[in-house]
Design a protein around this ligand. Structure first.
Ligand code: AMP
Ligand code: TRP
Length: 334
């Protein structure tokens, strides 16, 4: 039986954090052998909000090093940079021309992000169409993402179905979002009612960044907002969101079930102990990743070479798909 195709992406905007790792990258690495994988550094998506060009260049290589450091294996997965493969931007235009504007205006991420900005770029609204193309041009069956991207994957399904219906074909595979059972939504340490996010990660105490040193990680956990009580328990009470988030992180990092997690804290003396132990297991998990990332960054030419190999393979899959799409839509393909 042929392997299921998997596609996922991550923006090279720096500040890659524990949520990105537990909600996405770790799961990509864990299931590589069972799947045919495409993992994309989505630099075009990053341009939907203003970027510093030198930083974006640096962060694109740093993300390549990060994905390798997290265990993605170029022999098992096609790892590439979105802008290296022209089919993405080209095919996005074609999809734009079958996607109703109202579908994009309804996206919650667009509504949140645009509310925070004075001037909203067209690209920000169009972001989910570019993402739909990423997925659809590879005939991906599965899209492993954190909870926040579920709506965008559902939109990709809607776009695929609309194209198939309009042109009376089964041209596009209808993709499935794959959301992990634990770690799908890691919350901010400074405010456990909002998700941990890259755009907030410069604020001290908000995020645990994968590249933070152990002292910083310990410090951020120690500052984590909890509550005035002392009960260490999983809870859906908004008052207890801080403790619940810390336990959720511990659960995701250790892979233990809730009973085993609570047993580990049976002898804890208050929230101080809880924070310290969550920090310790997190530091143990992230340290080898940071070290490997830093090691790989010493050889940017090798990173560029690996990305070039990935792009070449990605092109060989997506360009014929986009060419066929053009034919279906009535364009003359030379
Ligand atoms: P981004 O940082 O937006 O490029 O997201 C890359 C991946 O990380 C996506 O699959 C997101 O769903 C996932 N992700 C981002 N933030 C979180 C979070 N706080 N918890 C869990 N997953 C997340
Ligand atoms: N929009 C996703 C995010 O910010 C990244 C992304 C772009 C993606 N293209 C994708 C994820 C295709 C899955 C599939 O998290």
């Amino acid at each position: 039986m042929s392997k299921k195709r998997v596609f996922s992406g991550i923006q090279p905007t720096g500040n890659t954090h524990l949520g990105n790792y537990l909600g996405a990258i770790r799961n990509w690495a864990a299931r590589q052998a069972e799947k045919e994988n495409y993992f994309c550094i989505v630099d075009l998506h990053s341009l939907t909000v203003p970027q510093n060009p030198d930083e974006l260049r640096y962060e694109t290589r740093s993300m390549a090093a990060m994905l390798l450091a997290c265990g993605l294996d170029p022999n098992q997965s096609t790892i590439f940079v979105q802008s290296h493969v022209q089919a993405h931007a080209e095919g996005c235009w074609l999809l734009n021309c079958i996607t109703p504007l109202g579908w994009l205006q309804r996206m919650t991420q667009y509504k949140d992000k645009s509310a925070k900005q004075e001037s909203v770029l067209t690209g920000l609204l169009d972001y989910p169409v570019l993402m739909a193309g990423d997925i659809l041009f590879y005939d991906a069956h599965e899209v492993p993402v954190g909870e926040d991207q579920k709506q965008h994957v559902e939109l990709a399904r809607d776009i695929a179905q609309r194209f198939n219906a309009l042109y009376e074909t089964e041209f596009f595979v209808i993709p499935q979002p794959i959301i992990p059972a634990v770690g799908a939504r890691v919350m901010g340490l400074d405010d456990a009612t909002a998700k941990m996010s890259k755009s907030q990660a410069d604020k001290r105490g908000h995020a645990i960044r994968i590249l933070d040193d152990p002292k910083e990680i310990m410090h951020s956990f120690k500052r984590a907002v909890t509550d005035s009580g002392n009960e260490i328990a999983f809870s859906s009470d908004p008052e207890k969101a801080g403790v619940n988030n810390l336990l959720g992180i511990y659960k995701a990092v250790t892979g233990k079930d809730e009973t085993a997690v609570l047993a580990d804290f049976a002898d804890a003396r208050g929230y101080g102990d809880l924070k310290k132990r969550v920090a310790e297991v997190t530091i143990e998990m992230l340290t080898p990743i940071r070290e490997r990332h830093d090691y790989l960054m010493q050889d940017p030419a090798e990173l560029d070479r690996l990305m070039a190999v990935g792009a070449q393979h990605a092109r060989s899959v997506s360009q014929p798909k986009v060419d066929d799409m053009k034919r279906i839509m009535g364009l003359v393909v030379p």
